[in-house]
Design a protein around this ligand. Structure first.
Ligand SMILES: Cc1ncc(COP(=O)(O)O)c(C=O)c1O
Ligand SMILES: [Zn+2]
Length: 438
């Protein structure tokens, strides 16, 4: 399975490598691209697979000149968005002056009411990324990809998306004056479609699921029709993925430069989870947080649970599934980073768990009524999985735990359809009393 994944990547890499690779490009502390499998390094460019072994490329940095206390002060004096961490990201030093959607620095909510419901005594927090410009964590990754697209001279931004990414790309392209043309499964929630279309770019529905959309984009990238296009999650993926590190940075800074003990993270492609781990490791190496163990738990919906199934079976390869769940934003049946997620869950002592659609809906309502946070289905998955992990003894309620809500419930209203009026009354007190509301 890993071999199959790499073979696909290889052919795509060969095609994108036809675009320029430029070692003089200025993306701040980003020094090169490095293969996650064999460590082979290549200059920064719009490539994403290793020419030696076809493994995925990621950003390698030069942080050697940083002094811990100076860096901490610089971050704390920075803007209230992800660019406060620009010294740790593949972006130019003057990034905050460029037109971008400037996401991040979202609330870390101390969720005491939810903690009581779940029996968590060690401190429970919800990192609420619905507060981003297009109401999902995808703004973080797109903001990085936009800077890379600018550096490499692309003028069109594109992506394959389960919904949220399409909106984030549309908005970022609009702000920065790029053309955008994005691809989604044709049958997504109306909220996702409208949120992607309203920014004025082209939005194309593909008859198929996300994995079909992704395959189509891989073909397009190698065709003259896709020339000059920056696909944020394909040929710009190494840059894009780094945006998720900012979730780890923010969580630790908001905890007073402290690592949480446990994190519960949703999995679609698995990229977010792997980069949160990378971000935590960087903070430890840079001395910004004290080194101590932490556990990362992955969360999936039962109707699309390839990583959870592999985790429970003790496998280190992920068998693709055909998704069927209301958690459409997480509906990637063949997750590119699945094997890395398994490594991280096992290395940190975490786990990967899944919940069914009914549990997702219950969890959305639980979070809303306890903390006033209206999560999309992906947030229902993480909260539902947190509850299940506590019940089955895998997550320790006596430890500090951060649960991610990565998107806004307004985009997935159908999931809670039927939630509505308590009563309809005539505009007088008798009617109010009759309804039993007095
Ligand atoms: C709301 C939301 N949360 C989480 C994810 C998971 O992201 P990843 O593909 O990095 O695992 C997605 C992906 O589309 C998403 O839309
Ligand atoms: Zn390699």
């Amino acid at each position: 399975m890993r071999k199959m994944r790499r073979k696909g990547l290889a052919s795509m890499a060969a095609q994108t490598a036809a675009s320029t690779t430029d070692s003089t490009v200025d993306l701040g502390p980003a020094a090169a691209l490095s293969c996650r499998e064999c460590g082979h390094r290549v200059p920064l460019g719009p490539v994403f697979a290793c020419e030696e072994c076809f493994g995925p490329l990621e950003i390698a940095y030069d942080f050697s000149s940083y002094d811990t206390e100076e860096l901490r002060k610089r971050i704390e004096a920075g803007p209230a968005n992800i660019w406060r961490y620009a010294p740790l990201l593949p972006v130019p030093a003057d990034v905050a002056d460029k037109p971008n959607i400037n996401p991040g620095w979202t609330q870390l909510v101390k969720a005491d009411n939810l903690a009581r419901e779940l029996g968590v005594t060690g401190g429970l927090y919800v990192k609420d990324d619905s507060g981003n410009p297009t109401h999902s964590f995808k703004d973080r990754v797109v903001a990085q990809a936009l800077e890379a697209a600018r550096a490499f001279g692309f003028t069109t931004l594109s992506c394959s998306s389960t919904g949220n990414l399409a909106g984030a790309v549309g908005a970022a392209a609009a702000r920065a004056g790029f053309r955008s043309c994005v691809f989604i499964p044709h049958d997504l929630e109306q909220g996702k479609v409208v949120m992607a279309a309203v920014y004025g770019g082209e939005l194309v529905g593909i008859e198929g699921n996300y994995d079909d959309v992704n395959r189509f984009c891989s073909e397009l990238i190698g065709d003259p029709a896709g020339e000059g296009w920056g696909f944020v999650n394909v040929n710009l993926r190494p840059y894009y993925a780094e945006g998720s590190k900012t979730l780890a940075y923010e969580i630790c800074e908001q905890l007073g430069w402290r690592l949480p003990d446990q994190l519960v993270v949703p999995i679609a492609s698995g990229s977010q989870l792997t980069k949160i781990d990378k971000g935590l490791q960087e903070l430890i190496k840079l001395g910004l947080v004290e080194d101590k163990p932490y556990k990362i738990f992955g969360a999936q919906a039962e109707g699309c649970s390839p990583v959870s199934v592999a985790y429970k079976a003790g496998h280190d390869v992920v068998r693709p599934q055909k998704p069927n769940t209301i958690a459409k934003s997480l509906a990637i049946g063949n997750p590119a980073d699945g094997p890395y997620v398994l490594d991280i869950a096992r290395r940190t002592g975490g786990a990967v768990e899944d919940v069914n659609d009914e549990q997702v809906v219950d969890a959305i309502k639980l979070l809303a009524r306890t903390e006033g946070i209206f999560a999309e289905t992906a947030g229902g998955v993480t909260v539902g999985v947190t509850r299940k992990l506590i019940e089955n003894g895998l997550l320790d309620p006596a430890l500090t735990t951060v649960v991610l809500n990565t998107g806004d419930g307004l985009k997935t209203l159908d999931a809670v359809a039927g939630t509505g009026l308590t009563a309809t009354i005539r505009p007088n007190l008798d009617s109010f009393r009759e309804a039993g509301l007095a």
